[in-house]
Design a protein around this ligand. Sequence first.
Ligand SMILES: [Zn+2]
Length: 455
Amino acid sequence: MAADVRQAFLGSFFHTPTYGSFEYLEDALIEVDAGGVIARVVREDDPRHDELVRAYHDSGVLVELGQGRYGLPGFVDLHVHACQWPQAGIALDEPLDRWLLERTFPLESKFADVEFARTVYGDLVRQLLARGTTTVVYFGSAHLDATVELARACVDAGQRGLVGKTVMDDPTANPDYYRDASPRKAVEETAQLIREVEAMRPDAPQGVWPVITPRFIPSCTDEVLRGLGNLAAEHDAYVQSHCNEGQWEHDTVLARFGKEDPYALRDFGLLREHSIMAHCTFLTPDEGALFAQVGAGIAHCPISNAYFASSVLPVKRLREQGVRIGLGTDISGGFSPNMYDDIRQAVMASRMLETGVDAQRPEPERGSGDARISVVEALYLATAGGAEALGLPVGTFEPGRAFDLQVVDTCLPYADLTGFGVFDAPEDRLARILYLSTPENIRQVYVQGRRVIEK
Ligand SMILES: [Zn+2]
């Protein structure tokens, strides 16, 4: 029993240390140190296993998952508009311009009220944790004070948060009642956010980071994009934005700069290592190579893409190009706060991309061919893939990674996932969890070794 181990978890765990396959750790013992980091994984066939289990049990630090329960890594959600949470599931039948002008901007503008922000953000952080999401990259509203509240909500609830104040300063592209007053003010407030969030670090062992957050190029002036790029270099800070989401964005940026979105972002200093760019569905092979070269990551938002991107991200091609890809719910362009829904949609969308969808077209012309991803690959995107995009040691149960765990109970009376034991190989159990589990099945959630949800 190692001296620095503070807790040990005994149970059966699924994770995806490499893309394309999973590992099943049956009756394994995971030792977690005082910092909430995995010290060692002791497998069932290890000769020390039983003796260690007894020792941890006797010293009162053993946590047993229990029969029919499985541990999965906490999810990494790379793209959430926290200030759109009150409209999740609303108005998705509207065209994008009406969705933005009549719903989204009026809603986001309400976050000038810090009290309202505190209520909404506290609820969202708890709801995401309760669905197994332990790390989240958030867009706040365009308000500094509300965005500081969002970071505080993550710190208080024990969630690992990466938080940005949305910048949207172009008076010709944004409503007067909801935009940054000037490029200078937007850059100053972003610098202030960096200072305020970094000051929260001592209270957040799980980590909290500021993110430089231009909404997307069409809502920002050149001056603010340059200013934010300089700030990113100066602070070596995370950057997030939307990139190449749809035809309109693609054409607008091309007309303005004579170059595509990714090159424009790069030239403003915003496409950097661990920058998180949402959607990217229009990325060409050359642009994929650019992402791989600079180490920028993609937040793949398969549900939202079905509504607003009018295309499917070619995950398989981009992964083969070496691009880092994770999943995002994109609340509220995506309706669901549940990453399991995005795992499922990522698989289904890839199948439709491969085979096509219009049966009236000749079969060879219907789809792109060779695009499908498996549900295990989608799990990788939701965990280790997101971790890779952010450069954070989370997403798997390997020594040196933060211990972020969701405990899935497969034996609940109204949410049974046992399949009557007919198909009971580990891959069948995992597939049933990924396709069929509901928030009810998630009974406990840990972040950095600390229990934050107990149902
Ligand atoms: Zn978005």
